[in-house]
Design a protein around this ligand. Structure first.
Ligand code: MRU
Length: 315
C-alpha cells in the first residue's frame, strides 16, 4: 500500500500533507482523538483518505479499550463536508469491535481497488491523448491510493494516453500547486500549473478536452460539493462547451441528502486568506473562507463511479 497512510505497530502513521512537497514528515496517531486532530488540521485530507483515517482511529480506540461513543463523536466532528467520514464510521460501528482493525484495513484496501475500477470507467469516456483540467488534489494522497480524478487520469495514461493535465493551484490551501502538480510530476504525467484565475483564459482557447474533479459529497439529486472554485470551473466549462466530469466513489454519495442545500460547507480559518507562511498581507479586513462549494447537478456531464456512470435521482 501507499506510504501516506500506514497502520503499523498499533499506530496510524500519516504523511504530513501540510508541508508536502517541501518536507517529508510523518505524524503518528495513537488514538481516536489524535486521529481527529490530524484530520481537522489537514495532516490527512481528501474525502476517501479522511474516511480511511477515521476507520483506523476507531480501531485504535477500541484496541486501547477507550470510550467508543466519544471516539465516534470526536471523529465525526473533525471535518463536516466529506460524507466519507460518516460512511466509514458507520461501517465500523456495524461490525463487532474485535473486528475493527480488520475492517479498517478492508476499507483502506477496497478504496484503492474502487479507485482503479472508477479510473477505468472514466478513462473509457475520455478521448485518446486528452488534455484535462483538474482542481484541488483528488489523487493518491486524497485516497487510499491511485486517486479519484487523478485515478481517471492515471487509468487514461495506461489505456489511451494523456497529453497534459492543467492543475489549478487551488487557493488558499494550494492543494493543486503543492500536491497535484507534485503527484503528477512524480508519475511523469505532463502537468502545467495555473493560477485559479487563469482557468477561464485556458478554457477559452479550446485546448481542454474535459474537466475532471473529485468530490466530497454528492446529494441524491446530483448536486456536487467539492473544493472551493469547482463551481466556477463548472460554469466556465458549460460556457465553453467542455465536458465536466466528477469522479465519485459510491462512499461519497449521500442518499440522505436530497439536494445540495443540505450539504454542510466547512468554513476554515481566515488566516489561510489573510496571508501565508507567516507573512500577513490583509490584517484588518473582513474575510470569508468557505472550503467547499456546491455545483448544481445540471452542470455535471457525468459522475464516474466504481460501478459505472451514475445518474442522479431528480429532486
Ligand atoms: O480540503 P481538502 O483538501 O480535504 O479537499 C479535498 C477535495 O476537495 C477533493 O477534491 C475531494 O476530497 C475529492 S478527493 C478524492
Amino acid at each position: 500500500m501507499e506510504r501516506h497512510i500506514q497502520f503499523t505497530d498499533g499506530a496510524l502513521a500519516l504523511l504530513d500533507q501540510r508541508v508536502l512537497p517541501r518536507e517529508d514528515t510523518t505524524i503518528l496517531c495513537r488514538d481516536a482523538s489524535e486521529t481527529a486532530n490530524a484530520i481537522r488540521d489537514m495532516v490527512v485530507r481528501g474525502a476517501p483518505a479522511i474516511g480511511i483515517a477515521a476507520a483506523y482511529g476507531m480501531a485504535l480506540e477500541a484496541k486501547l479499550g477507550g470510550n467508543l461513543d466519544a471516539a465516534r463523536d470526536v471523529l465525526l466532528a473533525s471535518r463536516p463536508t466529506a460524507v466519507n467520514l460518516r460512511w466509514a464510521v458507520e461501517r465500523m460501528l456495524a461490525v463487532p469491535t474485535d473486528r475493527w482493525i480488520d475492517e479498517a484495513i478492508a476499507i483502506h484496501r477496497e478504496d484503492i481497488a474502487i479507485n482503479h475500477a472508477m479510473g477505468d470507467v472514466g478513462a473509457a469516456t475520455l478521448p485518446a491523448n486528452a488534455t484535462i483540467m483538474t482542481h484541488c488534489n483528488a489523487g493518491a494522497l486524497a485516497t487510499g491510493g491511485w486517486g479519484t480524478a487523478l485515478g481517471v487520469i492515471r487509468s487514461a495514461v495506461q489505456m489511451k494516453g494523456i497529453k497534459r493535465v492543467y492543475s489549478c493551484e487551488t487557493r488558499p490551501y494550494l492543494q493543486g500547486a503543492r500536491l497535484t502538480a507534485w503527484e503528477l510530476d512524480q508519475d511523469d504525467i505532463p502537468v502545467t500549473l495555473i493560477t485559479d484565475n487563469a482557468a477561464a483564459a485556458v478554457l477559452s482557447t479550446g485546448r481542454i478536452d474535459a474537466v475532471v474533479v473529485g468530490t466530497d459529497r454528492v446529494a441524491a439529486n446530483g448536486d456536487t460539493a467539492n473544493k472551493i472554485g469547482t463551481l466556477g470551473l463548472a460554469i466556465l466549462a458549460r460556457h465553453y462547451k467542455v465536458p465536466f466530469y466528477v469522479a465519485m466513489p459510491l462512499s461519497t454519495l449521500d442518499p440522505r441528502c436530497p439536494n445540495g442545500s443540505g450539504i454542510p460547507i466547512e468554513q476554515r480559518s481566515t488566516d489561510e486568506v489573510r496571508g501565508h507562511a507567516g507573512i500577513v498581507w490583509a490584517a484588518d479586513v473582513a474575510i470569508e473562507n468557505p472550503a467547499f462549494d456546491v455545483t448544481p447537478a445540471e452542470l455535471v456531464t457525468a459522475w464516474f463511479t466504481e460501478e459505472g456512470v451514475w445518474s442522479p435521482r431528480g429532486s
